[in-house]
Design a protein around this ligand. Structure first.
Ligand code: ZN
Length: 209
């Protein structure tokens, strides 16, 4: 995957402006959201882009950038510093394409993709029957999706954050059911508490005033 990144992504970069840059967005409760931006770089044909590296089994939709709350938030924080409204995902697809090759050891015939046990090449009316030499040429597919973050996306993401902050301030914690089994690729830490009323792996925190 690193090889594929070097081969497919690095040539697109004119200049690296920052890696793993810490960003913070304070709210009016005295808390702040913290994140680390994987890469800010001048990208050929795009200019400065705020980028996030992903690995994924699934292909990312072409509109994934314009609808990303994470990238909208990063852009909101870094827009002035880098004078850009462009953000993007670099998606390393987990499924490795093997590219199997079958070449006849006797006559050199290319039998890739066919299912013959031995070489099916016919030379002077006689089937070759040579043994296959099998090799693979693995390939990692990388999606590079860059878009402008629409003002509207930024607006609704920030609005949602304000609403969530307001709710937290009032002690209201609305359950986000889409995240129960999908929190950083695993279960939400509160899953047992919600579904089984069990405090397993949890402890009571001190009251905050
Ligand atoms: Zn052959």
């Amino acid at each position: 995957m690193l090889g594929a990144y070097a081969e497919q992504v690095l040539p697109k970069i004119n200049k690296v402006l920052s890696v793993q840059e810490k960003v913070e967005l304070p709210n009016d409760n005295g808390d702040s959201i913290t994140g680390f931006v994987d890469l800010v770089a001048d990208i050929k044909g795009h200019g400065v882009v705020i980028l996030d590296n992903k690995t994924s089994a699934m292909e990312y939709a072409m509109d994934s950038v314009v609808m990303s709350p994470q990238l909208s938030l990063y852009l909101h924080i870094l827009e002035e510093k880098y004078n850009t409204r462009k953000a993007g995902f670099i998606v390393l697809r987990k499924q490795i394409v093997k590219n199997r090759k079958k070449i006849c050891s006797k006559c050199g015939h290319d039998g890739s993709g066919a299912r013959h046990k031995t070489c099916d090449n016919v030379v002077d009316d006689v089937r070759c029957h040579g043994e296959w030499t099998e090799t693979i040429d693995p390939k990692v597919n990388i999606q590079f999706i860059v878009d402008e973050i629409p003002e509207r996306t930024e607006e609704i993401v920030l609005e949602n954050m304000d609403n969530a902050n307001q709710a937290i301030k009032n002690g209201v914690f609305t359950r986000n059911f889409t995240a129960c089994s999908n929190t950083f690729g695993g279960d939400c830490v509160y899953k047992s508490l919600c579904f089984k009323d069990s405090m397993v792996n949890l402890c009571n925190a001190k009251e905050r005033k």
